[in-house]
Design a protein around this ligand. Structure first.
Ligand code: FES
Length: 369
């Protein structure tokens, strides 16, 4: 007769997972809604995951022979450290997520970057009352934070406001409803853009009146917000308009939910071209792009990504902060000063890769680009 083999859960005698340790093995796929799936992963080698609620990782996938990367917030909680869950929504034209929905199977293994990111309640010194605001698949860091608060029985008063297009698009509804019924400190509100006649929650665009009705004490709360750009702009406007102290407002600082390495070719924000903290003599170096066949000048006080984009050359990037790995490129000659914030594996660095968004040349440089 078969018997269950239990994994080692003694974390002291178990390696901590880092991207270099082992690929992630998909162990479960859950249909959350008609277009959202959750993928649960464990480390292929026994290991545990240490991270903070709200942080993210970048997956490396090989799609039709091309290596693509995609950054996802982890929806599970670090209080359940032997697996991580990524919850993703199928998008029209989305390459990586759609591929995962259609092709990833239980037992498949994929490589990923170390977990990182600065959007987490555990990195702040928040008030004891929090307001979690999410739109669409921006719910994932809020799910992680909610699970974390509840698993650790943290004494915090939570109001969770989640916006979705329709009631059929509500992610994690059964679990959140359960918390709303069983936790004294958890108040839940759904807002659907379009709702059918039997929908009893709020519907329409999130407005100041709606916010005041659902969260009358929002001025007293620490606010965490994640969702599409338009959603976050609206949320900020409503809070500011209501007199909220924005020092207590936090949002996912870059749109990781739409960052796809092969497709994000937009120009960087103008402010990312400047590096005000740079001190010392500015020297101009040549940056040669072998595949593009161009050589450009890059002053040592400007990151290489910005210098390339200033010339109108489109290159992949997402966070512009050294975190997501999207701008990774192989440097075949030269040296740089790089301030990678977790976006590059040690093994890739040893192979000569750099992150152009946080690398400043310290000599002439040749890139496989
Ligand atoms: S764009 Fe994210 S690490 Fe460079």
């Amino acid at each position: 007769m078969n018997s269950i083999s239990f994994p080692n859960i003694d974390n002291e005698n178990l390696p901590k997972w880092e991207g270099d340790l082992a690929p992630l093995e998909c162990i479960e796929i859950i249909e959350e809604t008609h277009n959202v799936k959750s993928f649960r992963f464990k480390s292929q080698k026994d290991a545990w995951f240490q991270f903070l609620p709200g942080q993210h990782t970048t997956l490396f996938l090989n799609i039709d022979g091309a290596e693509v990367m995609r950054t996802y917030t982890i929806a599970s909680s670090p209080t359940r450290p032997h697996t991580i869950t990524i919850t993703s929504k199928r998008m029209s034209g989305g390459v990586v997520t759609n591929w995962m929905h259609d092709n990833l199977r239980v037992g498949d293994c994929i490589d990923a970057l170390n977990i990182g990111g600065s959007f987490s309640v555990a990195l702040d010194n928040p008030k004891t009352k929090v307001l979690l605001m999410s739109g669409g698949s921006g719910i994932t860091p809020m799910l992680s934070m909610t699970r974390y608060f509840i698993d650790l029985a943290i004494n915090v008063d939570i109001v969770f406001v989640h916006n979705a297009q329709t009631p059929e698009d509500l992610i994690g509804k059964y679990e959140l409803d359960y918390y709303a019924h069983h936790q004294t400190n958890f108040d839940l509100h759904y807002v659907c853009d379009k709702a059918h006649a039997i929908w009893q929650g709020e519907s329409g665009f999130l407005s100041a009146e709606m916010l005041a009705r659902m969260v009358p004490d929002f001025l007293d709360r620490e606010v965490y917000c994640c969702g599409p750009e338009a959603y976050m702009v609206n949320a900020k406007t409503l809070l500011e308009g209501g007199g909220f102290d924005m020092n207590h407002y936090h949002q996912e600082s870059f749109d990781i939910e739409s960052s796809t390495a092969q497709h994000n070719m937009a120009e960087p924000h103008e402010e990312s071209l400047d590096t005000p903290e740079f001190s010392g003599e500015v020297v101009e170096y040549n940056v040669t792009l072998t595949e593009t066949g161009k050589t450009i000048l890059c002053p040592s006080n400007i990151n290489i990504l910005a210098a390339i984009q200033k010339q109108g050359i489109g290159v992949p990037f997402a966070c512009s902060m050294g975190m997501c790995g999207t701008c990774r490129v192989k440097m075949t000659e030269g040296t740089v000063d790089m301030d990678a914030q977790g976006g590059l594996l040690k093994s890739h660095e040893e192979e000569g890769y750099i992150l152009t968004c946080c690398s400043h040349p310290t000599s002439d440089v040749v890139l496989d680009l």
